[in-house]
Design a protein. Structure first.
Length: 80
C-alpha cells in the first residue's frame, strides 16, 4: 500500500513538474515512483519468503509428528 502511495505521489509531482517546466520537481516525482516500485518489490519478496518458509515449517512439523507417533507405536490417524 505504501508503494502505491509513493507511486501516485510521484506521478503527480512528475506531471506538475512537466506542466510548470520544473525539471527538479519532475525528477523528484520519478524518484518517488521508483521508490514506490522498490517498496512493492520488497513486499512481494517478503510474502514469497513467508510462503516458502511456511511450507517448509509445516512439512517439518508433520515429519516430526510422524516420527514421534512411530516411536510411541501410535496408530497412524490417516489410515482410519
Amino acid at each position: 500500500m505504501a508503494g502505491e502511495m509513493d507511486k501516485l505521489k510521484g506521478k503527480v509531482k512528475e506531471l506538475a513538474g512537466a506542466a510548470t517546466d520544473d525539471k527538479s520537481t519532475e525528477n523528484e516525482g520519478k524518484l518517488d515512483q521508483a521508490k514506490g516500485n522498490l517498496k512493492e518489490a520488497g513486499e512481494n519478496l517478503k510474502e514469497r519468503a513467508k510462503e516458502a518458509l511456511g511450507g517448509a515449517a509445516e512439512k517439518t512439523k508433520e515429519a516430526s509428528e510422524r516420527v514421534e507417533r512411530d516411536t510411541r507405536g501410535d496408530p497412524d490417524p490417516e489410515s482410519k
